[in-house]
Design a binder for this molecule. Structure first.
Ligand code: 5GP
Length: 194
């Protein structure tokens, strides 16, 4: 087996599609995995912790991070700002980690422009009806937020063909297996610089 190297996996998919469930199932067997923790101006949901799901920051601090050039990409999504801190991503890839960044379609477009060598994966719902069902059963969003996220999802799905891979989250098992195959291929590909 060739020496493995770090990889940068850019993961998108509409809110409620089950991205984290699929991702967690996919990476269970991998050892050196690091999740990029984004900064956001969104308020924490119950159970979310600062520094774990996100760095929850003020609007002012977010603008400062943009000015300092500290973000690999940033975007507005459903009324809140989200961004990926740059240095930790680059450091972990260099150290041989599989780095996973969960970003929206705008973030993916920015990363593709600024960073070569990332592998982008779009997690798609089997249908819009199923996505609505999943969003509602999560029970964490208001009706207004659900409607906003469904409208955002329709827009996002139009971008899916610009990704290196599209994985339909039909069942968690099959989607996780597809994602793991993609990650393994990225990790064991010969390094172009070698
Ligand atoms: P949520 O509020 O449900 O946690 O996330 C809403 C959306 O923001 C998701 O589609 C997620 O992929 C996206 N998102 C989370 N972090 C980032 C980030 O750092 N950059 C960008 N561009 N989008 C993000």
């Amino acid at each position: 087996m060739p020496e493995r190297k770090g990889a940068f996996i850019i993961l998108s998919g509409p809110s409620g599609v089950g991205k984290s469930t699929v991702l967690n199932a996919a990476i269970r067997s991998l050892d050196k995995v690091w999740f990029s923790v984004s900064a956001t101006t969104r308020k924490p949901r119950p159970g979310e912790e600062d520094g774990r799901e996100y760095y929850f920051v003020s609007e002012e601090r977010f603008l400062e991070m943009i000015r300092e050039g500290a973000l690999l990409e940033y975007a507005e999504y459903a009324g809140n700002h989200y961004g990926t801190p740059k240095a930790p991503v680059l450091d972990h890839v260099r150290e041989g980690y599989v780095v996973v960044a969960d970003v929206d379609v705008q973030g993916k477009l920015q990363i593709s422009q600024r960073y070569e060598g990332g592998v982008s994966v779009f997690i798609a719902p089997p249908s819009m009806e199923e996505l609505e069902h999943r969003l509602r059963s999560r029970g964490t969003e208001t009706e207004e937020a659900i409607q906003k996220r469904l409208r955002a999802a329709e827009g996002e799905l139009r971008y899916k063909d610009g990704y290196d891979y599209v994985v339909v989250n039909d069942t968690v098992e099959s989607a996780a297996k597809a994602l793991l195959d993609i990650i393994n291929e990225a990790v064991y590909q010969p390094n172009e610089e070698e």
